[in-house]
Write a protein that binds this ligand. Sequence first.
Ligand SMILES: Nc1ncnc2c1ncn2[C@@H]1O[C@H](COP(=O)(O)OP(=O)(O)O)[C@@H](O)[C@H]1O
Ligand SMILES: [Mg+2]
Length: 492
Amino acid sequence: MRRRVSAVIRFARQTGQLVALAWQAQPACFSGVLVLNVTQGLVPVATAWVTKLLFDLLAQALQGNTPSNVVATVLPLLAAQALLAALSSTMTHGSTFLTAELSRRVTLQAQLAVYRQVNRFVGLRYFEDPRFYDRMQLATQGAMMGPEQTVHIFSNVLQSTVTLSGFLVVLLAFSPLLAALYAGAAAVRLVVELKLGRYRLLLAEENSPQERQASYYGSILSGLPFVKELRLFGLADYFLARFRRGYQAIHRAQRRQQARELRWESGLGLLSSLVASAAFVVVVLQAFAGRISLGDVTLYTSAVGSVQGGLTGLVFAIASLNESLLFFRRFTDLAALPEPMPVASPGRPIGRLTTGIKLRNVSFRYSEEHPWVLRHVNLTIPANRCTALVGSNGAGKTTLVKLLTRLYDPTEGHILWDGTDLRDFSPAALRARLGAVFQDFAQYGLTARENIGVGDVRRLADRDRVQQAAKSAGIHEALAALPQGYETLLSR
Ligand SMILES: Nc1ncnc2c1ncn2[C@@H]1O[C@H](COP(=O)(O)OP(=O)(O)O)[C@@H](O)[C@H]1O
Ligand SMILES: [Mg+2]
């Protein structure tokens, strides 16, 4: 019970987060969506009411009690009917536009937030952890679809709630018993849908590593780095088989889930048609007994139909809202991850290196499960000198550079920059003093100038500095000779 309550609380809190996000994304748009949806929700109720009045007049007329001035009585009602129809269709288009605009904004905000979260980590530790990688994938995927779905579903929920409340009041006045019956059937449905939603999520989480693996095989089958070996060693069939097996396993799990949904949904469908038929019988019997007017019959039948459809839609929307809100859970998971290394802030001021860098008894391993890469290393790298570090493959040279650049911290010992521990500087200030080209350096699909400029992004637009750098590196002539010189796009 307590778990259920806390799930409801979490649901409410996440809905609140979404509303806040949507509001921040664009207050005007959000208010517009709100107003339009509430008004739109009232339209069916108003229409049903006007129809009831019309039918009552008609019934009177059929009994010979024609109103003295037919035009004056009927015309306003017909006009109201037409106005409501026109209003409804205009609002539908307006709300479609505003909802789309709002979800564009919210989606962009959410994506920016996820990428910002991913890039806030100063250290690299998490990026080698497959669990983190899965979580990041889920959060990024969630940011692509989640917010948009949530905004749409949210506005549907809002509108259906308004319509439903209106008709429920009507129904409640007619027969509290019937209203209770509906509420009960809806509650059953809600519980089942939420359960199914939870299963769907579990499935997605369970499938995530498998999907990543299968799509990895896909990337081998279509990726440039692999074309040579695939042909030389005849590997295509091997990876095709693994790709197929991976997806077959995923499909098996999905099929199981959908069979489960099929069973439950059929049962629920049966239940709700029973309830609807019962309600109809009650209304018709009451009418024949003369307890309600013809107008009442039209009102109640449309109330019964709307409440039925509305409840089903609402329950379904709440269940999918719950599902798409899970994006927020993944996102907050990501946001809750602590920085993998201590970050000094503001940090000691860092100047140009004057004496040198000293490693004092430095030991390092990538994690507790990994062997020591460096053990008790003592080393001085003097300033203003060129120092080469030589060692066999896997000796730990790159690892040492990762420690110097604080992508990792030493497991034991200290690294001193002119006597100050690297950990006492802010990583950004330290890195502003460093340049590094790794073996697996990144090539950006940008212009030649930008590819050089990313080394010091503040000077990216400074052509002279970029050329100077290129001249020192001995690449200036080659770049100048490119079709568009420094502005040539360096893509394949
Ligand atoms: N991210 C990592 N996780 C675990 N072990 C790693 C990682 N990177 C490198 N290693 C291991 O650390 C050792 C040193 O690697 P590295 O510093 O790249 O050597 P070098 O650059 O001298 O060839 C190797 O045994 C390598 O397998
Ligand atoms: Mg290396």
